[in-house]
Ligand binder design. Structure first.
Ligand code: ASP
Length: 364
């Protein structure tokens, strides 16, 4: 089918009375064009679905008020690229993302990608915790088909909103065969990032995401994705965690390092029976001596301790200024504290052994 015919088909999909192909309960689809990939868009809320809280020209808005149909209506041109199904999973600001939503989302993505009639999944998400959801899915989705997360920094009503452009790009990325077997991807501001390295680096700029250690995997331009490199971590050696039988995840907290940091926060997590603690330490994951003492005590009680760093880039390496073997700690490598927390939660569903946990951090 020519591009022109596809455009005609796309326009007719928006005319009143256009047929809906439907699917499972909760799914909608505007009808398939053969030869185009079938991409399913799962919406979770965020600024990409943000609307004005009250009349006025200010920047005040509420995340997650627009439904997935409204998001897709803003990007009609995607109908020439893919057959789009859609589903609203939740409608939250991603500051309210939680583990029950993660489990629901990961199960749904696994179900969808196991189907022959689905070629890829796009997930719309708030930007605040997008990187954590992306990494959680990266470790729990059992498919090589593309999974692409996308958000926006400006709500739909704002001048220069970035939501439609980012969503268009995400659908382009999910529709490309080149996107297969790269792990979960994030499409933001024309860049494609791997879930493991991507992080939010600005509270307000529209170029809010970066991959501080290794840079983007590729770029999207004019409806085409071009990859510059492949991540070794997305390879077959990667551990995939089975979440099918889980109702929740082990509790893991993060303690932030700073001058004269108290041991109190570590002790509080121990008393609250957390199973793991990630330290966002200083420099190469170093620890103020009082915090070191409290973490060593926690590890001796069987709590898993992982050293990461509050520094934006570079690995936290074992045994440089601190003897991890002596204290029973693991080192996070290039995972930032919030991603180390995700991996530690999943690792703890399998083991509490510090050596085994270190191996998972070495592989994932
Ligand atoms: N607080 C919003 C959220 O994470 C911010 C955004 O999406 O940009 O849902």
């Amino acid at each position: 089918m020519s591009y022109f015919d596809r455009l005609k088909k796309m326009v007719s999909a928006f005319l009143p009375g256009a047929a809906s192909r439907g699917g499972e309960p909760g799914e909608t689809d505007s009808g398939g064009v053969s030869g185009l990939p079938n991409i399913h868009v799962l919406a979770t809320g965020g600024t990409i679905a943000g609307g004005r809280a009250e009349a006025g020209a200010g920047t005040v808005y509420t995340a997650g008020v627009l439904g997935v149909e409204a998001l897709l209506a803003a990007v009609p041109a995607v109908r020439a690229i893919a057959n789009i199904g859609n589903e609203q999973i939740v409608s939250v600001g991603s500051q309210d993302m939680d583990e029950s939503i993660w489990l629901k989302l990961a199960r749904r993505v696994n179900e969808l990608l196991a189907r022959n009639d689905i070629d890829g999944v796009v997930i719309t998400h708030g930007t605040d915790t997008l990187e954590e959801t992306a990494y959680f899915l990266d470790l729990t989705v059992k498919s090589d088909k593309p999974v692409v997360l996308v958000g926006a920094m400006r709500p739909a009503h704002a001048a220069g909103t970035d939501g439609p452009a980012n969503l268009f790009d995400a659908i382009v990325v999910a529709s490309s065969r080149d996107s297969a077997a790269r792990g979960v991807l994030v499409a933001m501001s024309g860049n494609v990032f791997e879930a493991r390295d991507v992080t939010k680096v600005s509270t307000t700029a529209s170029q809010a995401f970066a991959a501080p250690n290794f840079g983007p995997l590729g770029q999207v331009h004019d409806g085409r994705v071009i990859y510059w490199r492949r991540s070794e971590r997305a390879s077959a050696h990667r551990i995939n965690f089975d979440i099918s039988g889980l109702e929740n995840l082990p509790p893991v907290g993060i303690v932030y390092g700073h001058v004269n940091a108290p041991a109190l926060l570590v002790k509080t997590l121990v008393e609250a029976q957390y199973q793991g603690i990630v330290s966002a330490g200083v420099g190469n994951g170093n620890l103020y001596y009082k915090v070191l003492g409290a973490l060593a005590d926690a590890a001796s009680r069987g709590i898993a301790v992982v050293r990461s760093s509050r520094v934006a880039a570079g690995p936290t390496i074992r045994g440089v200024e601190l003897d991890d073997t002596r204290y029973g700690f693991a080192a996070a490598g290039t995972l930032n504290p919030q991603k180390a927390r995700v991996l530690l939660q999943l690792a703890l569903t399998r083991t509490r052994d510090a050596g085994e946990i270190q191996k998972m951090f070495d592989y994932c």
